[in-house]
Write a protein that binds this ligand. Structure first.
Ligand code: F6P
Length: 545
């Protein structure tokens, strides 16, 4: 199950796309709609409770066909088989990439080094179920006999962002347990949270795939010391749980074996919320909702695996994004969820997308000659409209955007939801159509503005439009639909990595800073400062006083 490792820029489809871009780059989205009355229907995929309308993109049927040709030529289908079957596609770390196995069915067989991993996955799921039910019901109690009221997740990166994002996203489904997330090495983070905690009723979940991460171990140690000011050493057994592949290190930390949840090296940190890394999710919303999340992700896995590429949501969205990134020269993509519940979704995907596809060396070890990973950013609508939308509408940069909205609200306040969704639809329409000089003149004339004043204001009030968007309209924010949504973006990451011929599942780029921080910590803590460039040296001297 080897990947083809083709340089996309050498494919026939790439050359065709290059000339197609030259021919079509000035076509306005409005023209595309005017020339095809069926465009919306032709460029919409309906799947389960999702409607994905990608018609407001600078693409024609031909663009899509050429992009699909690129996917074929690159060998996407074969790569997908390797991905789902546990091929070692994370070659630089010698690992399979099997977050999809975490949400597979009990009867599925997925092997890693000759062993079917599904029974292990289900054993851990069962442990998550019994543990979380005992905490939520109050059967498992704190060291003074009181039921737990609070859970603190201690982790960073994939061991924080996923659970934190989902707990926020599913806040509507939350039980009585209060949740906190400590991630930053900055002592302010842990100290502010400690102020809120009662050592008799707080459960700490230490999450670290490696159990060597400086931030997590420092925060966990600070918390343990604080806890021991109020409790005995043996009480750690009832107040601390841990999730890691490194069970030895967990034991050294003193966590009781019945509170240890294993994970596997074939699960990447940024794709791990489906494993026991999601323990805080299961604690916050209950095991059934956690399982619903997994089921939704599995449904998206099946869709991705089986749908024809032209009807395949992750494939189509990935290819459209490549069209902008590699042909239109767009550098960033915005992600605008029209629900406050998804406020951490862009931050979560920043790790998912940028840690995965922020690579400049291809799978053959050569520097790429084309652009790879897009920069992701975003905030919930409508707040973002009042913040950075000016630049999307009238700035000089092309910023394709995904708009994610829900047909039905959870709160049931129809007035609020109608207003929210009116903005949701209005923005994509405005971004596409813009406003012509004639429209502006008419508007200003209607308010009786004089001609000379109109002439002065005119250029500032014109909107070019032609700004591309995808609209993802989902019935309702449920654990299941959220699971499908997250999995959609996971697969989009995979497709883009395969087309760009890069390794999406390693993250060597974050190592150098970690290494240097260790050296500099020595410089700070010891009397002597080692060798550094003159800037770093003088900053360190200033810091040390
Ligand atoms: O930032 C790099 C990274 O390795 C991420 O990929 C990972 O999610 C994070 O650190 C945390 O790592 P760990 O779970 O091992 O503590």
């Amino acid at each position: 199950m080897k990947l083809l490792k083709t340089n996309p820029a050498t494919t026939k489809a790439w050359s065709k796309l290059t000339s197609h871009f030259k021919d079509t780059q000035h076509t306005h989205l409005k023209e595309l709609f005017e020339s095809d009355p069926n465009r919306a229907a032709e460029f919409t995929i309906r799947w389960n409770d999702f409607i994905v309308d990608f018609s407001k993109n600078r693409i024609s049927k031909k663009t899509l066909d050429l992009l699909l040709e690129l996917a074929e030529e690159i060998g996407l289908q074969k790569a997908m088989e390797a991905y789902f079957k546990g091929g070692e596609i994370n070659e630089t770390e010698g690992r399979s990439v099997l977050h999809t196995a975490l949400r597979a069915k009990k009867e599925d067989v997925i092997t890693v080094e000759g062993t079917n991993v599904i029974p292990e996955v289900f054993a851990v799921k069962e442990h998550i179920k019994t543990f979380t039910e005992a905490i939520i019901s109050g059967k498992k109690k704190g060291h003074t006999g009181k039921p737990f009221t609070t859970v603190v997740n201690i982790g960073i990166g994939g061991s924080d962002l996923g659970p934190a994002m989902v707990v926020d996203a599913l806040a509507f489904y939350k039980n009585h347990l209060k949740t906190y997330f400590v991630s930053n090495i900055d002592g302010d983070h842990v100290n502010e949270i400690l102020k809120e905690l009662d050592p008799e009723t707080t459960l700490f979940v230490v999450v670290s795939k490696t159990f060597t991460t400086q931030e997590t171990l420092s925060n966990a140690t600070t918390i343990k010391e604080w806890f021991l000011q109020h409790a005995r050493q043996e009480d750690i057994a009832s107040h601390f749980a841990a999730v890691s592949t490194n069970t030895e290190k967990i034991a050294e930390f003193g966590i009781a074996s019945e509170n240890v949840f294993p994970m596997w090296d074939w699960v990447g940190g940024r794709f791990s919320l489906w494993s026991a890394v999601g323990l805080t999710i299961a604690l916050a919303v209950g095991y059934d909702h956690f399982d619903g999340l997994l089921k939704g992700a599995h449904q998206m896995d099946e869709h991705f695996k089986t749908a024809d590429f032209d009807q395949n949501i992750p494939v189509v969205l990935a290819l459209i994004s490549i069209w902008y990134n590699n042909f239109h020269g767009a550098e960033t993509e915005a992600l605008i969820p029209y629900t406050q519940y998804l406020s951490r979704f862009p931050a979560y995907l920043q790790q998912g997308i940028m840690e995965s596809n922020g690579k400049s060396v291809d799978q053959n070890g050569n520097r790429v000659s084309y652009e790879t990973g897009t920069i992701i950013w975003g905030e919930p609508g409508t707040n973002s409209q009042h913040a950075f939308f000016q630049l999307i509408h009238q700035g000089t940069k092309l910023i394709p955007a995904d708009f994610i909205g829900f047909k039905e609200s959870l709160h049931g306040n129809v007035d609020h939801h109608h207003k929210l969704m009116a903005n949701f639809f209005a923005q994509t329409e405005a971004l596409m159509n813009g406003k012509t000089a004639a429209q502006v003149k008419k508007e200003l004339g209607d308010v009786s503005m004089g001609q000379s004043q109109i002439d002065i204001l005119l250029p500032f009030k014109v909107f070019e439009g032609n700004k591309p968007t995808n609209t993802l309209l989902i019935d309702k924010l449920t654990p299941q639909s959220l699971g499908s949504l997250i999995a959609l973006y996971e697969h989009k990451i995979f497709v883009q990595g395969i087309v760009w011929n890069i390794f999406s599942y390693d993250q060597w780029g974050v190592e150098l800073g970690k290494q240097l921080a260790k050296t500099i910590l020595g410089d700070i803590q010891n009397s002597e400062i080692g060798n550094h460039d003159s800037s770093t040296l003088s900053l360190l001297q200033f810091f040390k006083g």
